[in-house]
Design a protein around this ligand. Sequence first.
Ligand SMILES: Nc1ncnc2c1ncn2[C@@H]1O[C@H](COP(=O)(O)OP(=O)(O)O)[C@@H](O)[C@H]1O
Ligand SMILES: [Mg+2]
Length: 360
Amino acid sequence: MLKPGDTIGILGGGQLARMIAMAAAPLGLKAHVFAPKGDNPAFEVSGHFTEANYDDFPALSAFSEAVSVITYEFENVPAETAAFLDSRKPVLPNPKALETTQDRLVEKTFIRSLGLSCPDFIAVNSLEDLKAAVSSLGTPSILKTRRFGYDGKGQARIADEASISSAWDDIGHAPAILEAYVPFSREISVVAARSQSGDVKAFEPCENEHRHHILSRTLLPAAITPRTGWAAIEAAERIGAALAYVGVFAVEFFVVGSGDDETLLVNEIAPRVHNSGHWTIDGAETSQFEQHVRAIAGWPLGSTKRRGKIEMINLIGDDVENWPDLVAEPGLKLHLYGKREARPGRKMGHATRVTPEKDT
Ligand SMILES: Nc1ncnc2c1ncn2[C@@H]1O[C@H](COP(=O)(O)OP(=O)(O)O)[C@@H](O)[C@H]1O
Ligand SMILES: [Mg+2]
């Protein structure tokens, strides 16, 4: 169990690391961020940082000496880096969670092994595989690289048989899966934490709207039946336990149908704090970032109670230029990530509106 004054090591220097470091401070914990050279907004809010590559083993060794526990803000931590660090200080969530969620084929096979449903998928390693997979799953379908995809990157939609080879070219002939297109009624996610003693606390499922495959808005309460909500939380609990997980994670779902006919398919698991949990900073009794720090520190989890009706808006690219209006809106909570350049598709910040429910 960590004590106030101890240091949490964080791999990755983006906004998630920044918000973890910011959540550690009020608990009296220090943060040491490790990230390669680049725009690392997390460096600005942590007392200690190392700018080095993930295969710089002397730098990783010195980093491990300086911290009590190591966590990460992204699932693509190289396996050798995670193993090297884990032999020196606890890496939480454990490297097995990384291994399972880094690869969409391994991830979906794992989801099915727990008796949970996910979209139909077929492994694809060649153009011939892809043609066979399309004739089996039909169109539209979605080709996704097994590794390194995020915010819709590494994905190509196959609208008809004529677009098969261009889709294969689009993903650079990388090992992939073909996924059946899901005509979902909505997308939801469960952000949950599992403590070192195996206690699980989930935030209420939230509803997510994507634009160009990037999260655009998160809303609570989600327009789903209570039964669907409980099933989503139960699925997250099962996933957390099977991975012997410690920390915060998110499970994204497709909801198909509506009302009594609603069914759930697991889309993906994120072994980290998640964009759809940003509302918890202002809208829940404990933020997902504090919850993550509590879990990896070996502390008890906090209350996940929601404070009202929630709207979280992502500020993507140029959206951030609207900050003067946002900061002037009474009650709106603005979070800017301190990134230097507002490139298209880049997450620059978010804004949260919490409306007390008695007023709605
Ligand atoms: N099989 C599918 N059917 C319909 N929409 C999909 C499917 N897979 C992905 N999408 C859409 O694309 C978004 C991003 O895909 P996802 O697999 O979550 O990848 P990532 O978030 O890693 O980029 C999803 O949230 C959803 O809106
Ligand atoms: Mg996703």
